[in-house]
Design a protein around this ligand. Structure first.
Ligand code: HEC
Ligand code: HEC
Length: 390
């Protein structure tokens, strides 16, 4: 299982590399082409090339800081082109709570990822621009830094890739990147904060994404009663019921939950970072309402498959599943006992399991022991506090 966890992290790093490479090769390609062109044309073209603003570096410039992983979690993966700096994190925190990133200045990331609800919104489906609702439940952003894919269908490969999506999404914040950037540009305090974090240059959506992702990498929560029991050697940290629940969770002939919600040797992410069809979102006729991962890969076995969510802090993040269809943890456990809704793409690891009433109560008690310590300094910064508390 430990090997699986390592793979999750290296996959996350590997996935980021091609994008970084593509960015790095852009200016070089411009030069190389010019070398082969007839000299006069080359001179004109190179003058044209020179007139464009020089490509600015969007790499944070400050002193690199390390976000310490709490008990039960591995080191936090950080991409090479977006190191953590105090200035980047502070700016990202401000942006996360910034309503000017939405049309009409009404919504921020925190509208749907509310720190008081462990960075979810407590709703079945999120309410976005002018009350529009999507079809999926808002997952927590807490510990998302560890996931090799973002979104239920994994359509973003990193927090950087994810961050700009909701701003322009018409059912979310519904504001183009150009308008978002120009609103920030109009505020001298933002211009100063961006220069402090990234050095001289324009505010770009790339800088916005990077700052938000840097802040999100500080949203790490571990050191739960389970971690103190499992990794901290404190055998009194869990109640007898939770200890029984843990055994059912791991037992392949009982819950078999850890087959997907992974517990490693030295840490536990409670996700394998993969996609499974466990039979959620199937209508009365056995049809899948949402194709999930399939819409990204177009591979049949991915029909109705969704990312295994982490179970850390799961007691704080109801309702559950990609469609928010299950209200309580007890509902989730009853759902698994039933083997998931039958459909042709059901994961073979999802099958009917025999759980007594006591087993089910124990599993719920175990899931409740996964509530960890939340980081300080995760709420709105002073500048936006009054705005957010309306
Ligand atoms: C209108 C509500 C809404 C707003 C505003 C919003 N989100 Fe989300 N967020 C969601 C929903 C719903 C999903 C799941 C969508 C999906 O998987 O298709 C999601 C998914 C995510 C994820 C993926 C987490 C995971 O485990 O896969 C991250 C990270 C995230 N949002 C960060 C942000 C950031 C950063 C902002 C602001 C720029 C933001 N969100 C604004 C509703 C919202
Ligand atoms: C085959 C892999 C697999 C197994 C086995 C499995 N899960 Fe899951 N779990 C998932 C996936 C995938 C989802 C999301 C499914 C969706 O939304 O369509 C999920 C969702 C959940 C959620 C909802 C979390 C949230 O934030 O919405 C809980 C709680 C949960 N599982 C607990 C369990 C328990 C308890 C067991 C054992 C009885 C278990 N899981 C077994 C893959 C698995």
């Amino acid at each position: 299982m430990e090997g699986g966890q390592t793979a999750v992290i290296s996959a996350a790093t590997a996935l980021r590399t091609p994008r970084a490479q593509a960015q790095a090769t852009k200016p070089a390609r411009c030069k190389r082409v010019l070398h082969f062109v007839f000299p006069v044309i080359a001179a004109i073209a190179s003058a044209g090339c020179g007139q464009q603003a020089p490509p600015q570096s969007d790499r944070p410039i400050g002193k690199i800081i390390t976000i310490e992983a709490p008990l039960g979690l591995p080191p936090i993966p950080v991409p090479a082109d977006d190191p953590e700096t105090a200035e980047g994190v502070e700016l990202g925190r401000r942006l996360f709570y910034e309503r000017r990133l939405s049309a009409g200045n009404v919504l921020s990331c925190a509208s749907c990822h509310n720190p008081q609800l462990c960075f979810t919104d407590g709703q079945k489906h999120s309410t976005g621009f002018q009350g529009k609702t999507g079809t999926r439940n808002a997952p927590t952003v807490m510990n998302a830094a560890y996931f090799p894919y973002q979104f239920w269908d994994g359509r973003a490969a990193s927090l950087e890739d994810q961050a700009a999506g909701p701003i322009a999404n018409p059912v979310e914040m519904n504001q183009t990147h150009d308008i978002s950037v120009s609103k920030l540009n109009a505020d001298p305090s933002y211009r100063a904060a961006f220069e402090k974090a990234f050095g001289p240059g324009r505010i770009t959506i790339n800088r916005v994404e990077k700052a938000i992702a840097s802040f999100e990498r500080t949203l790490i929560s571990g050191d739960s009663p389970f971690d103190r029991y499992q990794f901290g050697g404190d055998k009194t940290a869990l109640s007898p019921a939770a200890i029984r629940g843990l055994a059912i969770f791991r037992d392949q002939s009982k819950g078999n939950c850890a087959a997907c919600h992974t517990i490693g040797q030295n840490y536990a992410l409670f996700t394998d970072g993969k996609f499974h069809n466990i039979g959620v979102g199937v209508d009365g006729e056995g049809n899948l309402v949402d194709q999930g991962r399939y819409s990204e890969t177009k591979l049949d076995p991915d029909r109705g498959a969704f990312k295994t969510p982490t179970l850390r802090n799961v007691a704080l993040t109801a309702p559950y599943m990609h469609d928010g269809s299950l209200k309580t943890l007890r509902d989730v456990v009853d759902f698994y006992a039933g083997g998931g809704n039958s459909n042709p793409y059901l994961d073979p690891k999802t099958r009917e399991i025999k759980l007594s009433a006591q087993d089910r109560a124990d599993l719920v008690e175990f899931l409740q022991s996964l509530t960890g310590k939340l980081p300080a300094d995760a709420g709105p910064p002073a500048e936006t506090r009054t705005e957010q508390s309306e």
